[in-house]
Design a binder for this molecule. Structure first.
Ligand code: NDP
Ligand code: 2IT
Length: 442
């Protein structure tokens, strides 16, 4: 048995019942063999055993009262996965599906993604199975305060810096920051994605979606092509989907789909983002309302956006939302390129189908790293007690995405196959963290 196979078996036994975590581990282990099996230093230092075992896994009870006065209980999580290259960094997810497997897969992927940004940030992730849908403003605030009343003791500007993810945006980060400050009496950059009046960075809201389009541009630019004139299918209608759509439209693309967990819209004329933002960001409504307001648009509560003919596909909702059947439909419709805005949105079989077809495919660790990269820039601004302009931050984001593209492309060409960006991202992300871990001896 190879070293990788040995570790894979041991990790599977130790983490039984955690399918999403094993999916993320399997993908990394399946691609780093050219590096790990060619040099005994990794086995000698047990690097794979160490990198697959979180430094710390914190689970806690979160009590809160609903508007009827009932006490309600949720489970909170923070998995501090790896701090070899910087403080733990990664989002908080509030969604009823949240469990330890999901938080661990996200925390594990975050290690490699954060490494790819070139910035000094380690990997972590957290959240809760709390469902923010349909909750009042007061319920959200009380939940966030209660969540932070336990989390505060585990985090800090130089220890662990959480941010947003599904169900956590500026509003939730604001409430959590307020509670942290109140308990600790320290004003520090302990969270990113903060409001602009209290230490937030310009362009953080846009960063993940913009970064996704910037790296797509790099990938298409390889063939003298670009976003202009492309028909684009996007899933999701949250932070990542909306700002990916915004940048794509600005660059001359036509975004024809968006979705939420109830259904999806198709607007052959290209979506009107002002209406989408009003529905999603202002009214916190459902995507079906778009079709009520734009008569030419179709709303479907069955099927998925991937049945629509498109040049570019950007899954921006959640894990495993794009299956091998979806991949086959996209391939049949001649999709030119796929880039993952969400974390692990494509199943393993779907990725295999894209790669077998030589469809350009940029995996999440590289494609959506713009969000956490600008979070790291927010940390820098907080440390300096300065605020940079939108253009300054956006310019740095463009450079970072271009640097990620080069790193991923070069690692693919050196260790795997030209344009095998899955291997390239995993290997480039791994090498830096592994070297730091070996040097530090822990
Ligand atoms: P939001 O909460 O803003 O939006 C999530 C969107 O995806 C909503 O439209 C939501 O629909 C839909 N969605 C979520 N879960 C499901 C589900 N189980 N089934 C169907 N649809 C679902 O989150 P973000 O836009 O921030 O996050 C989207 C993805 O991007 C996630 O995978 C996240 O991990 C990833 N990501 C986010 C970053 C960020 O900076 N925010 C950075 C990097 C990656 P509904 O409202 O109906 O639930
Ligand atoms: O998945 C991710 O990279 C995020 N949700 C953003 C993390 C961050 O710290 O900004």
């Amino acid at each position: 048995m190879s070293y990788i196979e040995e570790v894979r078996s041991a990790v599977a036994v130790r983490n039984a019942g955690q399918p999403e975590f094993m999916q993320a581990v399997d993908e990394v282990l399946a691609t780093i063999a050219p590096v790990v099996e060619s040099d005994g230093v990794y086995k000698h230092n047990a690097v794979l055993e160490r990198i697959t075992e979180p430094d710390r896994q914190i689970m806690f009870r979160v009590p809160w009262t609903d508007d009827d006065g009932n006490m309600r209980i949720n489970r909170g999580y923070r998995v501090q996965f790896n701090n070899a290259i910087g403080p733990y960094k990664g989002g908080l997810r509030l969604h009823p599906s949240v469990n330890l497997s999901i938080i661990k897969f996200l925390g594990f992927e975050q290690i490699f993604k954060n490494s790819l940004t070139g910035l000094p940030i380690g990997g972590g992730k957290g959240g809760s199975d709390f469902d923010p849908k349909g909750k009042s403003e007061r319920e959200i605030r009380e939940f966030c305060q209660s969540f932070m009343t336990e989390l505060f003791r585990h985090i800090g500007a130089d220890t662990d810096v959480p941010a947003g993810d599904i169900g956590v945006g500026g509003r939730e980060i604001g409430y959590m920051f307020g509670q942290y400050k109140r308990i600790k009496n320290v004003y520090e950059g302990v969270l990113t994605g903060k409001g602009l009046t209290f230490g937030g960075s310009l362009a953080r809201t846009e960063a993940t979606g913009y970064g996704l389009i910037y790296i797509m541009q790099e990938m298409l630019g390889e063939f003298g092509d670009g976003i202009k004139g492309k028909t684009i299918a996007i899933s999701g209608a949250g932070n990542v989907a909306i700002y990916a759509a915004q940048k794509a439209i600005e660059l001359g693309g036509k975004v024809v789909t968006l979705s939420d967990s109830d259904g999806w819209i198709y607007d052959k004329n290209g979506v009107n983002l002002d209406i989408v933002k009003d529905i999603k960001e202002v009214k916190r409504g459902r995507i079906r309302e778009y079709a009520d307001r734009v008569p030419t648009a179709e709303y479907h509560d069955k099927g998925k956006v991937w049945s629509v003919k498109c040049d570019l596909a950007l899954p921006c909702a959640t894990q495993n939302e794009l299956t091998v059947d979806d991949a086959k439909k996209l391939i049949k419709n001649n999709v030119r390129a796929v880039a993952e805005g969400a974390n692990m949105p494509s199943t393993t079989d779907a990725i295999n189908a894209f790669q077998a077809n030589h469809t350009l495919f940029m995996p999440a660790k590289a494609a959506n790293a713009g969000g956490v990269a600008v979070s790291a820039l927010e940390m820098s601004q907080n440390s300096q007690r300065l605020a940079w302009t939108f253009d300054e931050v956006d310019g740095k984001l463009q450079n970072i995405m271009s640097g990620i593209y080069s790193a991923v492309k070069n690692a693919a060409a050196t260790y795997a196959e030209k344009f095998d960006f899955v291997s390239g991202a995993n290997i480039a992300g791994f090498l830096k963290v592994a070297q730091a871990m070996i040097a530090q001896g822990v």
